[in-house]
Ligand binder design. Sequence first.
Ligand SMILES: C[S@@+](CC[C@H](N)C(=O)[O-])C[C@H]1O[C@@H](n2cnc3c(N)ncnc32)[C@H](O)[C@@H]1O
Ligand SMILES: Nc1nc2[nH]cc(C(=O)O)c2c(=O)[nH]1
Ligand code: SF4
Ligand SMILES: [Mg+2]
Length: 242
Amino acid sequence: MNTQTIRVNEIFGPTIQGEGALIGQPTVFVRTGGCDYRCSWCDTLHAVDSAYRDDWHPMTPAAIMMQVEILSGHCPLTVSLSGGNPAIQPLGGLIDLGRKEGYRFALETQGSIARDWFRDLDVLTLSPKPPSSGMVTDWQKLAECVEAAGPSTQLALKVVIFDENDYAYAREIASRYPQQSLYLQPGNHTPPAPDQEDGVIDMAGIMDRMRWLIDRVTTDRLYSATVLPQLHTLIWGNLRGV
Ligand SMILES: C[S@@+](CC[C@H](N)C(=O)[O-])C[C@H]1O[C@@H](n2cnc3c(N)ncnc32)[C@H](O)[C@@H]1O
Ligand SMILES: Nc1nc2[nH]cc(C(=O)O)c2c(=O)[nH]1
Ligand code: SF4
Ligand SMILES: [Mg+2]
């Protein structure tokens, strides 16, 4: 039995996947605590800022799966692993255990740490960070993450866009990885504070950005891109745990 523990911030659902390749699909989220990045606009700081680490609890794969099974009513679905950066955690044992029980696994990471167990995922979403985040992309690490997905894991690239510089960055991603599916997501400039369970969201402003982004993509004929909002924020705003 795998007893290596995973630092878990929250397990919630079933809800719908609000972003990217699996948008709209029922899923349970397992959110790990801790991140090697500090994006200026991160909407999940309670799983990033170590000031909140008292809310991150070590759990075994078996304990996590027990929680997932209760939430899913013992009916297998896709488990979405997010964070923080879930690639920091030893998730291979959890994925093995859950897959034996018929669950599928998707993971969201920024592409800064590659793991050999990426090849055991059903879907790997790499979300490299554009200039507005304040982070600098390590292109070698990103390439290692793409490589680690192997032949059987579906790969998706997802870039959050706030402005022209971010859009130029997304185009750079598209030209480096022309064969991969690319999702563009308008940024939420009103993310919740880490101590907020909810918080005011400027949805009109985000929809303005969405229209601008659609205009950019169609004008440039960047037809390889899929432009999607964060569906969960459209429905629930900045509410946590949905
Ligand atoms: C909270 S992150 C956690 C996983 C991983 N650290 C990452 O960034 O991919 C999940 C997704 O939310 C996106 N995200 C974070 N803050 C956002 C914001 N203010 N507006 C839009 N998307 C955001 C990230 O870019 C990422 O694609
Ligand atoms: N419904 C829903 N969809 C999501 N897609 C990515 C999320 C994340 O925070 O990683 C997220 C989330 O927190 N909720
Ligand atoms: S990499 Fe993801 S979790 Fe980490 S700070 Fe950036 S958006 Fe937040
Ligand atoms: Mg989120």
